[in-house]
Design a binder for this molecule. Structure first.
Ligand code: ATP
Length: 306
């Protein structure tokens, strides 16, 4: 079809999220290991008379359908860079939990960049695209790249990571989201009270986890999952402790809060184990929705327009 392009973009979890000191620019210095999962949004852009956003899916009401949508901001940023007219109709098929710590907004921004670059037939290098992505948000470059990658700075500086095999996950999606800035404010508050310092990983590189990923041994990966933001997310949503316990009792090898939460991610021994953990977790009533996913998977990719 003329005049349109669609990109499919994965959600992410952080296998390791180390939070360092607060920087002068208001961001924290991070050391994180991103992993893209097989849970996707699809972003379609079509030539139009106005810039518009339409969101489809169960959670559409939680997502702004105006110029503040991160996908719309991405299109405008790319058009400005390229000296192009930004007027396109953006349609987002939303599957990634909103405000779930899975980079849903960042995924849509990455999808919009890739789809609009195709629509406008832009001659843009990957580095230029990644620079625009980094200006839009710390997780947007990773949503473009996907796979497994080490993120430093505020998470936008990426190094691809060697990994073998597929990891199988169960995701427990909470009924109420958490705002990422609120969770960072809470970690600052807890740290000022000196409550979570003993377990904090900070900006150290997670070398044992990198080795475990390269070996492809899920049993080596499981005990090394770590999230410095978890105490802050648990402090804001104490019932997540129950969710984490329920996942482990259902047979997961390990469970962590994903990014800033409140989605909890459970690593399972294999695909069959993930199905059985998901079934048991669904029955336990601790989550609004339970999904299975695997990863690492590639980042934003063009797909046939639907
Ligand atoms: P991260 O993991 O990157 O911290 P998140 O997954 O916790 O983010 P998002 O789903 O990206 O959170 O949504 C955060 C907020 O951003 C939402 O509450 C919503 O109001 C706003 N937002 C703007 N654009 C989008 C979009 N395309 N999809 C989802 N949320 C969006």
């Amino acid at each position: 079809m003329m005049g349109g392009a669609t990109a499919r973009v994965p959600a992410k979890i952080n296998l390791h999220l180390g939070v360092g000191p607060l920087r002068d620019d208001g961001f924290h210095e991070l050391s994180t290991l991103y992993c893209a999962l097989s849970l996707y949004d699809e972003v379609t852009v079509r030539a139009a008379d106005d810039l518009s956003v339409t969101v489809r899916g169960e959670s559409r009401r939680q997502v702004p359908a105006d110029a503040t949508n991160l996908a719309a901001r991405a299109v405008v940023a790319l058009a400005t860079h390229a000296g192009t007219d930004p007027r396109v109709a953006i349609t987002i098929a939303k599957n990634i939990p909103v405000a779930g710590g899975m980079a849903g907004g960042s995924a849509d921004a990455a999808g919009a960049l890739v789809a609009a670059a195709r629509l406008w037939r832009l001659d843009i290098t990957r580095d230029e695209l990644l620079a625009i992505a980094a200006d839009l948000g710390s997780d947007v470059p990773f949503s473009v790249v996907g796979g497994a990658a080490l993120g430093t700075g505020r998470g936008e500086r990426l190094l691809p990571v060697l990994h073998r095999g597929e990891l199988h996950w169960v995701l427990a999606v909470a009924g109420t989201g958490l705002s990422t800035p609120d969770v960072y404010r809470e970690i600052d508050r807890l740290r000022a009270r000196d409550e979570d310092q003993p377990t904090a990983a900070g900006t150290a590189r997670p070398d044992p986890l990198l080795q475990a990923l390269a070996s492809g041994d899920v049993h080596a990966v499981a005990p090394l999952l770590h999230n410095d933001l978890q105490p802050a997310a648990l402090s804001l949503q104490p019932m997540l402790r129950r969710t984490l316990r329920a996942g482990r009792e259902a047979g997961a090898l390990a469970g962590i809060v994903s990014g800033s939460g409140p989605t909890c991610a459970f690593l399972c021994a294999d695909a069959d184990a993930a199905v059985s953990v998901a079934a048991e977790l669904s029955g336990s009533g601790v989550a609004k929705a339970v999904r299975t996913a695997s990863g690492p998977v590639p980042g934003a990719r063009l797909v046939p327009i639907n």
